[in-house]
Design a protein around this ligand. Sequence first.
Ligand SMILES: C[S@@+](CC[C@H](N)C(=O)[O-])C[C@H]1O[C@@H](n2cnc3c(N)ncnc32)[C@H](O)[C@@H]1O
Length: 351
Amino acid sequence: MHYIKIPIKKAESMKALLLRNALLDRKRKVMHSTRYVYFPVISIDGAKTKKLIESSYGAIIDRVGPMRTETEDYKSMLSAVLDADEMKELTGGYDLLGNIAIIDVSDKLAEKEALISKAILASNKSITTVIAKAGAVSGIYRVRKFRYVSGKRTYNATYRENGSIFVFDVRKTFFSNRLSYERSRINALVKKAEHVAVPFAGVGPFAIEIAKAHPDAKVIAIELNGDAYKAMVKNIELNKTSNVKAYLGNVKSIAKRHASWADRVVMPTPKTSMDFLDDALILSKRVSTVHIYLFCAAEGGIKKAKDAIKAHAKANSYLVRFNNVRIVRPYSKDEIEIVIDYTIRKKDQHI
Ligand SMILES: C[S@@+](CC[C@H](N)C(=O)[O-])C[C@H]1O[C@@H](n2cnc3c(N)ncnc32)[C@H](O)[C@@H]1O
């Protein structure tokens, strides 16, 4: 039987990855040792899946483990009440933000929504609430509408990731557990006593995880949405990360107050990040690293984005060196989300 062995600190993000890819075997129990969590998985055969797990710090191992007794897997519960075609429609599973499960059932299954949500609640005791997506992520705050479906009527999520805890209202703030790998990746790049700027900080996951892992770092986190800012302040307190200073306001004005301050600038706002290259430059020290997230065309988009950064560097007389480009996730039929890591080296007139 296959298990994914993962260090305790990375367990929450591995669980989210396994759920998203419908790999968790809910018929068997999750096991724990002092340093590791062992997630039971259905058989892992694809090379792509293996790579995905291994690049997220998981090791695929063979061991014997106990079956679950309390609850049944929600898909097997549903197989009793849904026909084969309806079961096929259920491919996506659900997203989990701590206590809140988010479903997005197709029109064909709309009438079965209540049944599906009851099965989710019954299959996992830590889920208190099931809500459904009721629109796309939109607007400058990047928030989404949700509809209550069943369980406790709340929109407040308590979510653990990479050893930190976050509380936030899913209707009023942006949060994506799909970025958990990126947060640990960037965290691993931070060096001793760095100054890290996180414009577009949301409820604080990048800033807080970096600050927690690097108590000698100084982190600033900038957010425009008042609700996200308030949640971030609370999350800083909950995680005891007094080395993060949160700012409420527009990056365009707050960056100027921290000119030439940052060794590293993290720009997690993929829809509009390219409008803020000036601000990344302002925040940067003479030499600094920028991580810019953006949506781009799957065909030719990466080259176009690099060309735009090169053109900005030329127009503003700084040198740019590309260190890494990574596809974060598919975004739509023709678009992907990517992250480009690049180094800025300012010429003397900027200093
Ligand atoms: C995609 S979310 C990223 C949130 C967070 N970094 C995360 O990983 O969950 C982008 C965030 O940037 C904020 N934002 C948008 N424009 C902004 C601006 N001009 N200045 C500061 N924050 C801004 C939005 O309110 C939103 O919370």
